[in-house]
Design a protein around this ligand. Structure first.
Ligand code: EPU
Length: 418
């Protein structure tokens, strides 16, 4: 990849990774034929399809459509080989307990973000009556019919909120989740569950009420667009300059980020069924602190740090969710970025230009951030282990090239400039 002189054109935004994975799992709650539209063609969706197939669901995956045929009985096990590849698998626990009163789910291991426990998932499901023991690396879960009750989450965990919300759909009586996560993907899941016959109010706010029903039916739903993919193209634009229309993007789901980008000097405005954005000249710096929605998502942070590396001024970035999520900073420093980290804080002193270098991606958002940095670097940047991108982006490199970025994918794992 080489420094790009300006981006221009339209990009279609795909369905949200962090929504579709949970929607696929939610299908377990009802026998029959479910249909999902706007399904992105990404590896995590294929991994989730593998997990569901292993459990006995027939998955016909032909993005942007995914048909899931759920039999009356499924295998109640999520094996380690699959959970280890994708932590989101843990959300099968709620639906399996709710529908079958039993589940055996491998405990997910750690990852590059540092420790990511699932205690809140288990505590919340236990409040509804589930019992857990851990044996040979697996959570063995059992319950009679779950009973609706008040569940107060210690922290608005996305996964724990989704697990309890799904479990509560088939519980006996009313469940009220307090301090629920408010991410747009939760509201999307609630909408799909509603189409299946669930009785849910308040999804998207911090209090979600679920009145349990006796059974759910298969349903059809269109996945909301991916705000992280949208943010990635905006960050690329911020650094490379130019004008982009992001078709299908939902500005209402990322207002805080758009506000920050406007403060940095970008123009952003809703456009028909999407978002129009422009950047001319060098952006200014801002301070950013990650918070649960509607705050700035932790997943935006690597993109923002990459933008600040070439912005005019000093920006202070504070991570409030994941302890160890600054690894990509070492790679940015290899490109000449002036970033000092201390605990959860990073002080980024913008430079007029970075300098292209061979760098390595440690996770999906880090890979995207290195692309952003590469677009603002003089000379060639080669990113290795860029295969992480395929977990959540549909042909990011090809789409950037189609709007004028000087970027090329070489081989399956690496990206290199022409
Ligand atoms: N946490 C606990 N205990 C729990 C659950 C969470 O301590 O039982 C902590 C985590 O360790 C973390 C924080 O709470 O520090 C946030 O975790 P949360 O449960 O909200 O996140 P998640 O459901 O595991 C989803 C996204 C992540 C995104 C986070 C935060 C999916 C599949 N993943 O994870 O997305 O970073 O919410 O917004 O929805 C990505 O897309 O690259 C990604 C990692």
């Amino acid at each position: 990849m080489r420094e790009s002189s300006g981006l221009s054109g339209r990009i279609q935004i795909a369905g949200a990774k962090n929504s579709v994975l949970k929607l696929m799992v939610a299908s377990l709650l009802a026998e029959g034929n479910h249909v999902l539209h706007n399904v992105p063609d990404i590896i995590d969706v294929r991994l989730m399809a593998d997990l569901l197939e292993e459990m006995g669901v027939t998955v016909d995956l032909a993005p942007p459509v995914c048909r899931l045929s759920v039999p009356s009985e499924v295998k109640l096990v999520a094996p380690y080989e699959l959970v280890e590849k994708m932590r989101a698998s843990i959300v099968v626990l709620g639906p399996l307990l709710a529908r079958y009163g039993e589940a055996r789910v491998a405990l997910p291991g750690g990852d590059d973000f540092g420790p990511r426990p699932i205690d809140m998932h288990l505590d919340a499901l236990a409040t509804l009556g589930a019992k857990f023991r851990t044996e040979h690396g697996y959570i063995e879960a059992s319950s009679d019919r779950l009973t609706g009750t008040d569940v107060l989450l210690e922290y608005p965990s996305v996964g724990a909120t989704e697990n309890v919300m799904m479990a509560a759909t088939l519980a006996d009586g009313l469940t009220v989740i307090e301090n629920a996560a408010r991410e747009p993907e939760i509201a999307d899941l609630a909408q799909f569950l509603g189409r299946m016959g669930a009785n849910i109010r308040g999804a998207g706010t911090s209090t979600i009420a679920v009145e349990g029903v006796d059974g759910l039916e298969a349903a059809e739903h269109t996945v909301i667009s991916d705000r992280l993919e949208t943010a990635t193209y905006l960050a690329c634009l911020g650094v490379a300059g130019g004008e982009l229309t992001l078709v299908g993007a939902r500005p209402g789901n990322m207002e805080m980020l758009l506000q920050k980008l406007a403060t940095m000097g970008m123009q952003v405005s809703p456009d028909g069924d999407g978002l129009w954005a422009a950047a001319h000249g060098r952006l200014g710096s801002v301070d950013v602190s990650t918070l649960p929605y509607p705050g700035i998502a932790t997943d935006y942070k690597p993109l923002i740090v990459a933008m600040l590396s070439v912005a005019d001024g000093v920006g202070i970035v504070t991570e409030n969710l994941y302890g160890g999520r600054f690894r990509y900073v070492d790679e940015l420093r290899r490109m000449g970025a002036d970033i000092r980290t201390e605990g959860h804080h990073a002080v980024v002193r913008g430079k007029a230009r970075l300098s292209g270098a061979p760098v390595k991606a440690h996770d999906i958002r880090a890979a995207a951030a290195l692309i952003v940095a590469g677009l603002g670097a003089e000379g060639e940047t080669t990113i290795s282990d860029v295969g992480h991108l395929d977990r959540g982006y549909e042909d990011l490199v090809g789409r950037l090239a189609s709007v004028g970025a000087n970027i090329e994918r070489i081989g399956s794992g690496d990206a290199k400039g022409s």
